[in-house]
Design a binder for this molecule. Sequence first.
Ligand SMILES: *Cc1c(COP(=O)(O)O)cnc(C)c1O
Length: 354
Amino acid sequence: MKEYPVQRAAALKPLPDPDMLVFGKTFTDHMFLMDYTAGQGWHDGRIVPYAPLALEPSAMVFHYAQEVFEGLKAYRSPDGGVQLFRPMENVRRINSSCERMCIPQLPEEDTLAAIEQLVRVEERWVPAKPGTSLYIRPFVIATTPSLGVHAAHDYIFCIITCPVGAYYKEGINPVRIYVENQDVRAVRGGTGYTKCGGNYAASIRAGERAEEQGYAQVLWLDGVHRRYIEEVGSMNVLFKIGGTVITPALTGSVLPGITRKSCIELLKSWGVPVEERLITAEELFDAAEAGRLEEAFGSGTAAVVSPIGEMGWGERHVTVNGGQIGALTRKLYDTLTGIQWGTVSDPFGWTLKL
Ligand SMILES: *Cc1c(COP(=O)(O)O)cnc(C)c1O
């Protein structure tokens, strides 16, 4: 496996109190950097002290948002070891995002090696308290100083890491969501299936409006017909209706979540019928009003699963499972977190021990 040169930080930061971790605020001592230059390809991968990046104000990422990112976690297992969850899926997905954004693809094995080596260098930062982890944020930005609208010739691939606290500190509380009728997150032919900053920039307004009205998240509809459900906030969404789990098909405007994929694979292994297909808000609310909507939840790396307790769509309001987490949602949560933190066996070979 590829070994990158490491320039150690002169002084190491004190570790934060594991009870006080706020997501995405504290960064570790080191980061990974690799440069891309046209004609030369990706080169000079290295681990260096965490520090600001010096970029020209004309760097293309600032103007035309040629940028992609990923998000995954390193987990402390009971034996004191550290493990990753399906990290090659993140590497493949960043390359799929790169392809869409005309960013040169990363070498897959060497990119996984970079993630592994950085986490090993930052091992002491992987917290051990239940539910905590080290969040890993790989990203690529276009750095060519140019205002011409075309693909850049120069890029930086960077990986930063930050310790994160337990997502559910006071038990799993189902959230209230509402169907967003004005803004759309993505359209077919656009960039919805990629993890790019632009998708997030476009989604912030609806998220803020939802919060103002006392909702935790929005349920996104497709951008063409404004009928089909796509995602909830920045998570995939799954519904249990009449014994079958239904999740929006990956039509191009839905992000192919690794947690979503893992839920589907687990459910199938348990003999639960799963359908990946188009589902309208109307079908969902009709099912809820007929008492057939048994469970609803979002899925993503941050929360693993986030149960939905209440949904609004214009004048229609429904509660799901009396506002309580459903049994199948609970089982998925327990199984996935058990595999991720190494407290239950991993028959699928999803974890990678460092
Ligand atoms: C990252 C992301 C998800 C969840 O993907 P995971 O791989 O499960 O973390 C879902 N939707 C959007 C828009 C995302 O950016």
